[in-house]
Design a protein around this ligand. Structure first.
Ligand SMILES: Cc1cc2nc3c(=O)[nH]c(=O)nc-3n(C[C@H](O)[C@H](O)[C@H](O)COP(=O)(O)OP(=O)(O)OC[C@H]3O[C@@H](n4cnc5c(N)ncnc54)[C@H](O)[C@@H]3O)c2cc1C
Length: 392
């Protein structure tokens, strides 16, 4: 039985954006019904970096304790040239970030974060979650929105004060119902692996290796038991919207000429899973009357600033704030859109620009390396202040 309440909000999609928004609205005593197309959570995926801007929101929802238990807080980001192996800089994280921004820089397994959010939702009487169900149609009107919900074989009408579209990069509501443009292929694939760690202390850093058209990031997850690797390369198959797998030997062959120490990662896992990377070309809309669009459905971005989920989490906090301020969803969502588009657009462009810098080759990469080597770490770190220092 689905709750019917014209004063409630519907959220389509129980990913990071949908579940965080459900919690943020429920904390303000709104009734929330979440529809998730999948039968249950697929506990796959890999790591996520959670910067202080996201951690502030999660802490404010009372989740800090659970996240601290499941996450690691790396002491630094070590950046090196993947070809020469030369270390370019070491950016402090750990206590330094916590002291500066009032929240830590954490790294966590995506499934652990999803579990923490889901358990918090399950324990909240204001939230209902329905699996194997989705919003298939919606009609905005002056008092809210009429939706058609498909649940298994049945389709039923449901009224709500507002609808929040949180169904990820392939959102049908975004493209087919609201008519916004689909995401574009970046031509890049993110290959991911989780590799058991021998010495937990030694691995408590985030590492980044730059190289021509590729870069690699690693950090600990599951309390330091595993090292999460993300290897970015060009396609083929970069325009597929499904994950793909590749043998380690074949992936390694794309890193011909890279430093030997780095190449040893391909001996640690036989098959790697690849996520073709898509992005929203331009964030034009995040509101459509009583309908808000959040997370990857609104602003899918390249993971090169590690901010996609962080922006989704920020969306949740701002949406809850605006709903609390305004009488009706139309006004709340218009204010939400006005507040969010400039920030998410700037972060999206930053992620794209980071990719260009990470993937330089030849003389331009030598200038990049020299610049990073000569610039004090505190100045390089300060470039992130506008992202990490955000508060709702
Ligand atoms: C390689 C890689 C590394 C990344 N690293 C980071 C990082 O370090 N830090 C960071 O902040 N971000 C990172 N991101 C980005 C982050 O993963 C996404 O931005 C984030 O997951 C978006 O959350 P979301 O809830 O909007 O979408 P999703 O997580 O995709 O959730 C959407 C949900 O909607 C459901 N759904 C889909 N269609 C429907 C439908 N029709 N009806 C109902 N439900 C539906 C899906 O099943 C899913 O549960 C990374 C991304 C990649 C690819």
């Amino acid at each position: 039985m689905i709750r019917s309440d014209t004063n409630s909000f519907i959220i389509n999609g129980a990913g990071i954006s949908g579940l965080t928004t459900a919690l943020a609205l429920a904390a303000k005593e709104y009734k929330i019904t979440v529809f998730e197309k999948a039968e249950g959570f697929e506990m796959l995926g890999a790591g996520l970096q959670l910067s202080p801007n996201a951690m502030h929101v999660l802490n404010s929802l009372g989740l800090g304790r659970w996240i601290t238990e499941a996450a690691s807080t790396p002491q630094s980001i070590e950046i090196a040239n993947g070809i020469t192996g030369k270390k370019l800089t070491s950016l402090p994280l750990g206590e330094r970030v916590k002291a500066t921004f009032g929240a830590p820089y954490a790294v966590i397994h995506r499934a652990d974060l999803q579990n923490i959010l889901f358990n918090a939702c399950k324990n909240d009487p204001n939230i209902e979650i329905h699996f194997s169900s989705e919003v298939v149609e919606m009609a905005p009107h002056a008092n809210g929105v009429t939706t058609m919900i498909r649940q298994d074989q049945d389709v039923n009408e449901l009224q709500a004060k507002g609808l929040i579209v949180a169904d990820g990069v392939w959102s049908n509501l975004r493209t087919e119902v609201i008519g916004l443009e689909p995401p574009e292929s970046s031509g890049k694939i993110a290959w991911r692996a989780l590799i058991p760690v021998q010495d937990k202390e030694q691995e408590n850093t985030t590492c980044v290796w730059f190289g021509p058209k590729s870069h690699v990031v690693s950090y600990p997850v599951r309390g330091g038991e595993y090292q999460n690797y993300v290897v970015i390369t060009d396609g083929p198959n970069a325009s597929s919207n499904k994950t793909i797998t590749i043998d380690a030997e074949e992936l390694k062959s794309r890193f011909d000429g890279w430093n030997g120490d780095f190449l040893s990662i391909f001996e640690k896992q036989a098959r790697w899973t690849g996520w073709p990377l898509f992005e929203t070309p331009k964030v034009k809309r995040m509101a459509y009357g009583p309908v808000a669009i959040i997370g990857d459905a609104a602003h899918a971005m390249l993971p090169f600033a590690a901010q996609g989920a962080a922006m989704a989490i920020e969306d949740a906090a701002v949406l809850a704030k605006q709903i609390d301020i305004h009488e009706n969803a139309h006004d709340a969502f218009a204010a939400f859109e006005k507040e969010r588009i400039p920030r998410v657009s700037k972060v999206l462009k930053t992620a794209r620009a980071n990719g260009r810098i990470y993937h330089l080759s030849g003389i331009r990469s030598e200038f990049r390396d020299l610049g990073m080597w000569l610039t004090p770490a505190r100045l390089l770190s300060a470039r992130q202040n506008w992202i990490y220092g955000w508060r709702p």
